[in-house]
Design a protein around this ligand. Structure first.
Ligand SMILES: [Ca+2]
Ligand SMILES: [Ca+2]
Ligand SMILES: [Ca+2]
Length: 226
């Protein structure tokens, strides 16, 4: 468990990466969202699903030794090869943040989240035209949709989605009984650390499970299909 990590500060965003994510998200929020309702997000699920599955191609490129996980060295090399400009520290932060099960490898789910974070954070022309996205035109649109969806939910634009924001987003469009309950359930799924706030990373992880990326793998536990 005990990895040599920089000492944690006890300030609000847990890591530098999270602070940067929040900053980037606020910038995006200032530009507004094209989402009109929670339902419009749901309607995009199939498209997102398909597009994210296609990331498998990129994943395989990164996973040089084909062991089903991207280790730190593989990540570093691939970023370099794809001309994604990140400092060693940034790559390390991304790796730590996305290696949720702490097995020192980035599996496919974790990889999707990592890529999307890169997309959000590296918001400059150089990276946007990096080779990573070449041949995957849908991917950019998909990441954009995910950012857009988050911005839609984050009503007060502070870079986090709170429980009440989630409820508000859903109630705005759906007027049926029980929709509030669904909102709660969705929210609780997202809020891993149960602090009442969902950051973009948590949101992405929830998304990767909602759209059922795992389903096409050989082993399937409890099959949470939508
Ligand atoms: Ca590997
Ligand atoms: Ca992992
Ligand atoms: Ca918020």
């Amino acid at each position: 468990m005990g990895k040599s990590e920089s000492p944690k500060k006890v300030s609000i965003p847990e890591t530098k990466l999270e602070a940067k994510t929040v900053e980037a998200m606020k910038r995006r929020a200032a530009a507004g969202t094209s989402m009109k309702s929670f339902n419009s997000i749901i309607l995009k699920f199939p498209k997102i699903d398909e597009s994210l599955r296609n990331c498998k191609v990129i994943f395989k490129q990164f996973d040089e030794d084909s062991n089903g996980a991207i280790d730190y060295e593989e990540l570093k090399k691939s970023f370099h090869k794809l001309e994604i400009s990140c400092t060693e520290e940034e790559i390390n932060d991304l790796f730590q943040a996305c290696d949720i099960n702490e097995d020192k490898g980035i599996d496919f789910n974790e990889f999707i989240v990592l890529l999307c974070l890169v997309y959000l954070l590296k918001d400059d022309a150089a990276t946007l035209h990096a080779k990573a996205w070449v041949g995957m035109p849908d991917l950019e649109a998909t990441f954009e949709t995910l950012v857009d969806a988050f911005v839609f939910l984050d009503k007060n634009k502070d870079g986090y989605v709170s429980k009440s924001e989630m409820v508000q987003a859903i109630n705005e469009t759906t007027s049926g009984e029980g929709s509030g309950q669904i909102a709660m359930k969705r929210f609780e799924e997202m809020d891993w650390d149960k602090n009442g706030m969902v950051n973009f990373k948590e949101f992405l992880f929830a998304f990767t499970s909602w759209v059922g990326i795992d389903d096409n793998e050989d082993e399937e536990e409890g099959g949470e299909k939508v």
